[in-house]
Design a protein around this ligand. Structure first.
Ligand code: SF4
Length: 375
């Protein structure tokens, strides 16, 4: 089982972000840490110490806006109440601005993977995105992280930023590659309702830079990172061999996970099937009672099959059809022969050995492909 811990605080909201996050004063942050620890203690009772936790992921928001002592208290609560495996992958997302003075402490606390939100090396792009840090701060943060002992670092890059040219993206990728991080995530910008970008660019379908340009920038990223030895293992994720995110790979493989904190989702085993639930997204409600749920339902067998298909197809290794048969007692082909033949004829999926995966063309039409597996 995996654990996700949501820290919903950031120093300032970025212009494109619709995540459950935002600024909060120190008192609210402390109240949140208290509520989170109470949730950890309570929810651990449902799981028990028998269940081995293989990954822990602190995401947000920006977990590094918390004080060292607060992160330490949360980690101590997790270790007290859960059986965290000795070789667990323990990740924390950090912002280059707020992380520098915490890196040594985080490493000492047992975090062994760092995810640094960099996005771009260009001041103009960072300003447009509303990021609070400069490239120079990322540079200092990365060097300090290595000095602090982090040997597994992921860097986030953003593509399809309004006005981004191939030259600009190339410069960003070259710079990132010069640090030789173990992992790189490269997500295309999308305009989300309720963000300052939505006001600025309007209700547009698809990328601001245009569909064709977005694809060009995407494949430029793939080609550049692959040429430097990074494995393209998921649509938007790249890793040196052996450094794929275990936490996210578990999620795409439908490993059970417990989400802790505001708005966090869980997928846990239940007698009738997997139970999917989401914590309340109201900070007030969460601080009042951190066990407040926003929704909860048991997935039908059909829903689990569909999830297995579209999450599995996100990975370049594709859906493991043998594992599928072991889990569901039927073959992928027996359920989806027509769909697969049709997609294969269009050159969108590839069936080989015991896997079904997207082709390069299939990556470009990913959403269309995924939709074919939904009833
Ligand atoms: S730092 Fe991350 S979570 Fe926070 S506002 Fe920016 S994009 Fe959103």
């Amino acid at each position: 089982m995996e654990i996700y811990v949501h820290i919903p605080f950031c120093e300032k909201k970025c212009n494109y972000c619709d995540f459950l996050s935002g600024p909060a004063d120190p008192m609210v942050r402390q109240m949140y840490v208290n509520a989170l620890c109470a949730e950890i203690a309570q929810r651990s009772k449902d799981i028990g110490k028998g269940e081995k936790i293989t990954t822990v992921y602190f995401g947000g928001g920006t977990p590094s806006v918390l004080e060292n002592v607060q992160i330490g208290v949360i980690m101590a609560a997790l270790r007290e109440h859960f059986n965290i495996s000795k070789d667990a992958e323990i990740t924390i997302e950090v912002n280059p601005k707020s992380a520098r003075d915490k890196l040594q402490f985080l490493n000492g606390l047992g975090f062994n993977r760092l995810s640094i939100g960099m996005q771009s090396v260009h001041r103009s792009e960072l300003e447009l995105l509303g990021r609070i840090h400069s490239f120079e701060e990322f540079d200092e943060c990365f060097i300090d992280a290595r000095d602090a002992g982090f040997t597994n670092i992921s860097v986030d890059v953003m593509t399809a930023i309004p006005g981004q040219t191939e030259q600009m993206l190339s410069a960003t990728l070259d710079k990132v590659l010069s640090y030789s991080p173990e992992h790189i995530s490269a997500y295309s910008l999308t305009i989300e309702r309720g963000t300052p970008f939505y006001e600025q660019f309007g209700d547009i379908e698809g990328p601001v830079v245009g569909e064709e340009n977005e694809r060009k920038l995407y494949w430029l990223t793939v080609d550049k990172l692959k040429a430097k030895g990074y494995k393209h293992y998921e649509i938007s994720n790249f890793a040196k061999p052996g450094f794929e995110s275990r936490h996210n790979t578990g999620y795409w493989n439908r490993v059970h996970y417990l989400g802790l904190g505001l708005g966090a989702s869980s997928c846990l085993p239940a007698p009738e099937g997997d139970e999917r639930s989401r914590n309340t997204t109201s900070l007030e409600a969460y601080l009042g009672n951190p066990l407040t749920k926003e929704e909860s339902n048991v997935l039908t067998r059909q829903e689990m099959i569909e999830e297995t298909m579209y999450l599995g197809l996100r990975m370049m290794d594709g859906v493991d059809t043998d594992a599928f048969e072991r889990q569901f007692g039927v073959t992928v082909r027996s359920l989806y022969a027509d769909v697969i033949d049709d997609l294969a004829a269009q050159g969108l999926v590839y069936e080989g050995g015991s896997s079904l995966s997207l082709t390069d063309l299939g990556i470009d039409y990913g959403n269309h492909v995924f939709a074919q597996f939904l009833s």
